[in-house]
Design a protein around this ligand. Structure first.
Ligand SMILES: *Cc1c(COP(=O)(O)O)cnc(C)c1O
Length: 397
């Protein structure tokens, strides 16, 4: 582990935290440590700090050191996927415990709450109006409040500090309750929820942190020593660990996170502004636009008011237009996922959110004519032209 000055800026930390030159070979980039076991000099006296690779591994450890620094957190655990991070945290609860979450939480998280955690006796209440319904939803058994901002795919922004106040007020009565923020959509470059009062931050590093659409990996970041010890114990017991190679790739990926997210946000703002002016478009959801309902929160909560790389918009002409748009785009690839260097587009009603009944879907703004864009880091003008030519084709039907 390399000690890193917490006063360094984001980019310096991204490049140097957890990246000390190898003490033996001088290698500037850490080698991939594939060994599953580590030699001991006497029984139970390891030569170094490692014993067995499920418990800890140098590459995983380097990545964790880097991410903890970037999230302004004390501890980080890297897991086998974002979903494994969710499962691990839910495993720390026991029968009878209760969770409060939001109606438009990530589909896989919703599935874990409603199809897995409930079978172990952990119940989740969902709300589309957290601030007004919190008091009526919170119980003596409530252990977690689980939120995501911006939401997917409608990109509504939640004031994290305000939610943290609600949770802290309950904790002040002596109740054990923690606020979890899934920070996947913004990445630690744009937002640091721990600084805003969250207790646990989770990421699907599959998205912006790795950033190259070639690793599935999850992260958990906390300040509490107690929570970290609990999660580490569970991770070792369950075995939901990332491979050394995936840890190494994600660590390499995160070193350019600031450049990628800055570029994606700048291009996304340009595209969102053009969409807003385009008469083929019904409405645009993008936190960086002045017209966004929570633009004020975006300005205070996001680094430099950056809106991130995700946009969604409604297109005139219904499903036929949306399908034509999807096939007409040449640079934006029609695919699920987000946060990679390449631009992607998807149709939530037919793809990521197809499992939600139409009425519930539309209640949270996911209409059949909604398109979601993950803006990559290609040339902004090429991306803009691609969107505009695809809109012309789609609405000429
Ligand atoms: C993708 C995603 C997850 C799940 O992560 P995996 O790495 O795919 O398991 C969780 N939350 C959000 C917001 C995501 O986008």
């Amino acid at each position: 582990m390399s000690p890193i000055n917490q006063n360094y800026g984001f980019a310096t930390k991204a490049i140097h935290a957890g990246s000390a030159a190898d003490a033996v070979t001088g290698a500037v980039i850490p080698a991939i440590s594939l060994s599953t076991t580590f030699a001991q000099s006497a029984p139970a006296v390891p030569l170094g700090v490692y014993e067995y690779s499920r418990s800890d591994n140098p590459n995983r450890n380097n990545l964790e050191t880097c991410i903890a620094a970037l999230e302004n957190g004390k501890h980080c655990l890297a897991t086998s996927s974002g979903s494994a991070s969710t499962a691990l945290i839910l495993h720390s609860l026991t029968k009878g415990d209760h969770v409060i979450s939001i109606g438009d939480v990530y589909g896989g998280t919703h599935r874990y709450f409603t199809k897995v955690a409930n079978t172990h006796g952990v119940e989740t209440s969902f709300t589309n109006d957290l601030f007004n319904e919190f008091d009526s939803l919170v119980r003596p058994e409530t252990r977690l409040v689980w939120i995501e901002t911006p939401s997917n795919p409608t990109l509504s922004v939640t004031d994290i500090a305000k939610v943290a106040e609600l949770v802290k007020a309950v904790r002040a009565t002596g109740q054990v309750i923690h606020l979890v923020v899934d920070n996947t959509f913004l990445s630690p470059y744009i937002s640091n929820p721990l600084t805003l009062g969250a207790d646990i931050v989770v990421h699907s590093a599959t998205k912006y942190i790795n950033g190259h659409s070639d690793v599935v990996l999850g992260l958990i970041i906390v300040n509490s020593d107690e929570l970290a010890a609990k999660f580490r114990f569970l991770q070792n017991a369950i075995g939901c660990i990332p491979s050394p190679f995936d840890s190494w790739l994600a660590h390499r990926g995160v070193k350019t996170l600031h450049l990628r997210v800055e570029r994606a946000s700048t291009s996304a703002l340009k595209i969102a502004r053009a969409l807003e002016k385009n008469d083929k478009v019904i409405s645009v959801n993008y936190p960086g636009l002045e017209s966004h309902a929570n633009h004020k929160v975006t300005l205070t909560q996001h680094r430099n008011g950056l809106g991130g790389g995700m946009i969604s918009f409604r297109l005139k002409g219904g499903v036929a237009a949306v399908n034509a748009f999807s096939s007409a785009a040449k640079i934006f690839t029609l695919a699920e996922s987000l946060g990679g260097i390449e631009s992607l587009l998807e149709v939530p009603a037919q793809m990521t959110h197809a499992g939600i009944p139409q009425e519930a879907r539309e209640a949270s703004g996911v209409y059949d004519d909604l398109v979601r864009l993950s803006v990559g880091i290609e040339d902004a003008d090429d991306l803009l032209k691609d969107v505009e030519q695809a809109l012309d084709i789609a609405t000429a039907l």
